[in-house]
Design a protein around this ligand. Structure first.
Ligand code: ZN
Length: 144
């Protein structure tokens, strides 16, 4: 919901208050039919405001979820560093450590998947991603 929608909600509530004040002020002068019409207008204005507020609440929840996801993405990005063709956990000194993560997966999906060393003799020294199946050679040695 944008600013215009919020303005619309405020306007609906304002209309309802004006109608209520009018009813209060001139209650005795109104004919019964006019009074009922004014009440119906007020109920419509309040119903519009209620619906708009419910939509606003949904949108705020979605935005909160999106913000939480973006904060987590930033936290994750700042916790790893690229060394060679892979990402590694970064310690407080800015040094990589642990097992390598797949560069392809991290850069395309933002997810960290560990690479595993190939157990096939012909692929000795090659690291493979079990998710995207890419393989990498010559990764830096692990540091713990
Ligand atoms: Zn991968």
């Amino acid at each position: 919901m944008d600013l215009a929608a919020i303005t619309s909600v405020v306007s609906s509530i304002k209309s309802a208050i004006e109608i209520a004040n009018l009813l209060k002020k001139v209650e005795g002068e109104f004919q019964k039919a006019e009074s009922k019409l004014a009440l119906a207008d007020m109920i419509n204005a309040l119903a519009d405001a209620k619906i708009a507020m419910a939509n606003l609440q949904d949108e705020m929840q979605q935005k909160d979820q999106e913000i939480a996801r973006l904060v987590e993405d930033l936290r994750l990005k700042s916790s790893v560093m690229r060394v060679g063709d892979a990402y590694y956990d970064k310690d407080k000194h800015g040094t990589h450590h642990g097992d390598p993560y797949c560069q392809t997966c991290f850069e395309s999906t933002g997810r960290l998947h560990h690479l595993v060393e190939s157990s096939v003799q012909a692929n000795a020294g090659r690291f493979i991603c079990k998710v995207c199946k890419n393989s990498f050679l010559h990764l830096p040695t692990r540091r713990y």
